[in-house]
Write a new protein. Structure first.
Ligand SMILES: [Zn+2]
Length: 336
């Protein structure tokens, strides 16, 4: 980035809707985890290579390797708390954080115990930083529908404890949306909100598939512009698109910044939000994402204010809470 973010971008109140807990672990926090369990000689230089990758497949492997360091409920408590501390420093008031519950099941971890750690971290973070946080449980699509049902079992089990939505992520080609029709229908029956990564590594048919699953938000949606009819549908229904620009570049899902569709989507009336996806792994922050589109796509402060407002509008908060946040946002905007 060419310069420091402006005071405007820093002070703008924001929500983050597409944010993976495991991808938010800074190398320093990973080191802290290792020191905690007695590996006192571990150094940052040893940890940092875990964060190197050049494409989407490499990213998925790096994500898996970093997650392998998460062993105990206390580890999950620490990473949640550190994430909230960071969000506070970026003026994020509300976050919907995705937990790869599917990875915990695959690693045969005691998820109920881990969830207690997550909730302890969330409660401490809420108390110390005044941030609202809700959980999204995410199934790994290449593991198939049966495994996704087990993740959904957990989302249903913890539905009353701040788990607000169910989603799918991972390899879109190996796990097309059609496989998950029954899982999504069951999630909806249990009052969970629905979201899906779509059009990140696969074409527009994957986004149509996510809409057919009744996904309420689309993660990435990079390939939507290949299909004008889909663009019309997304604009008409104002389906929120969770844009993650730096992520798309680092995974090479988008070949270069100049061809990223964010500005075209905005000009065609899509409902956009800006997000970091995996901020530590992609070496970004939410303020930097706003700065990036401002510098490279000529978004004005008013445009960015609209995108920040969208992030509250597109949240899965209950209506009264959403209105409360929008009032705070509008009040701060008037004053600012
Ligand atoms: Zn993601």
């Amino acid at each position: 980035m060419s310069s420091e973010p402006s005071p405007f971008l820093h002070s703008l109140l924001k929500a983050e809707l597409h944010l993976h807990l495991e991808g938010s672990i800074e190398p320093a926090t990973l080191l802290e985890l290792r020191h905690r369990r007695g590996e006192e000689t571990a150094t940052l230089a040893e940890v940092e290579p875990l964060y190197q990758f050049t494409d989407f497949a490499g990213f998925l492997l790096a994500f898996k390797d970093i997650t392998a360091h998460l062993l105990t409920p206390d580890d999950y408590e620490l990473i949640t708390y550190r994430l909230m501390e960071r969000l506070k420093s970026q003026n994020v008031l509300h976050a919907e954080v995705t937990v790869s519950a599917g990875v915990c099941l695959w690693r045969k971890q005691d998820f109920a115990a881990i969830f207690e750690g997550l909730e302890r971290g969330r409660q401490r973070g809420e108390r110390d930083f005044g941030i609202s946080l809700l959980w999204i449980f995410d199934a790994i699509r290449q593991f198939g529908a049966e495994k996704a049902q087990r993740v959904l079992d957990l989302a249903i089990q913890f539905r009353d404890r701040n788990v607000v939505a169910f989603g799918i992520g991972g390899d879109e080609i190996k796990g097309p949306p059609e496989l998950f029709a029954a899982v999504f229908a069951r999630a909806a029956d249990h009052g969970l909100h629905l979201t899906a990564h779509a059009g990140e590594t696969a074409g527009p048919e994957s986004i149509w598939g996510a809409l057919n699953l009744k996904a309420e938000r689309i993660g990435h949606g990079l390939t939507a512009e290949q299909d004008p009819e889909l663009m019309d549908e997304l604009a008409r229904r104002q389906i929120p698109i969770e844009i993650c620009v730096t992520s798309n570049l680092r995974t090479a899902c988008c070949s270069q910044l100049a061809v990223h569709p964010v500005r075209r989507y905005f000009d065609q009336g899509l409902m956009l939000t800006l997000n970091t996806d995996d901020p530590a792994m992609f070496r970004t922050s939410i303020v930097e994402e706003y700065q990036l589109v401002q510098e490279h796509f000529s978004f004005s402060n008013d445009h960015l204010r609209e995108l920040a407002r969208n992030s509250f509008e597109a949240s899965f908060l209950p209506t009264e809470k959403k209105v409360e946040f929008l009032n705070i946002f509008d009040g701060a905007t008037v004053r600012g």
